[in-house]
Ligand binder design. Structure first.
Ligand code: 13P
Length: 252
């Protein structure tokens, strides 16, 4: 049985005090609410990871980084390595978010390197991908997603796939208030699972969690999560409000 996952990507939001407050509120909201089949993850900024790890230690909440450099170490001013993350006690990282791809020029090729580095360091990876609006309009979305998966992930050996969580985030639905319909989400998630099954076999495909991200809110979460190939969500804006985030977690 695949685990259900609700992950909050805080992006470049929340200073130290705000981080502490939001964690406190989320902890209170989810206390004894999460079953063994569900994981709750938050991804604060790098500078607040240490605090987040300490403050979630005795709770059901896991902490992820939002990014990571592909190299072991070296002269890369402003960057953060896998070793720096694991030395904090972290074992989760988000890679390939569309904002990293769009604003920081991260390519499929670079992401393939980052994924390799993350897994070599035992960092379970939430791998994000998804088409832009033009791709959807020109009905190229399956081809684009297929390419993102193949170029970014399919160099991995079968056993490494168990350390990957997929997050399908159509760029046109991120922060826009325009959610993909539950049918569009299910259609794409089924396609993703089939693509994985074709290369890695049905067993691997059945085990991998595929999250949806893009304007998930308490009002639409339940219907999206009810689809058979949707294993949870990667939440942006609504993860910054404890009430909304907790409501989304409860709807899974
Ligand atoms: P929103 O939920 O704000 O649309 O953001 C989704 C996202 O980018 C999560 O990584």
């Amino acid at each position: 049985m695949r685990k259900k996952i609700v992950a909050g990507n805080w992006k470049m939001n929340n200073n130290l005090d705000e981080t502490k407050t939001l964690i406190k509120q989320i902890k209170k909201g989810v206390k004894k609410q999460i079953g063994d089949d569900t994981r709750v993850i938050i991804a604060p900024s790098f500078v607040n990871l240490n605090t987040a790890i300490k403050r979630t230690k005795k709770s059901e909440i896991e902490v992820a980084a939002q990014n990571m450099h592909q190299s072991k170490n070296g002269a890369y001013t402003g960057e953060v390595s896998a070793d720096m993350l694991t030395s904090l006690g972290l074992n989760l990282v988000i890679l390939g978010h569309s904002e990293r791809r769009e604003y920081f020029g991260e390519t499929n090729e670079l992401l393939a390197e980052k994924v390799t580095t993350a897994l070599e360091n035992n960092l379970e990876t939430i791998f994000c991908f998804g088409e832009v609006l033009e791709d959807r309009k020109s009905e190229n979305h399956f081809k684009v997603v297929d390419n993102q998966l193949k170029e970014g992930l399919f160099h991995l050996k079968k056993r490494d796939f168990s350390k990957i969580i997929l997050a399908y985030e159509p760029v046109w639905a991120i922060g826009t208030g325009e959610t993909a319909s539950p049918e569009q989400v299910q259609e794409m998630h089924a396609f993703i699972r089939t693509t994985i099954a074709n290369d890695y076999g049905g067993e691997v495909a059945e085990k991998i969690s595929i999250l949806y991200g893009g304007s998930v809110k308490p009002a639409n979460a339940k219907e999206i999560f009810s689809k058979p190939d949707v294993d949870g969500g990667l939440i942006g804006g609504a993860a910054l409000k404890a009430d909304d985030f907790v409501a989304i977690i409860k709807s899974i």
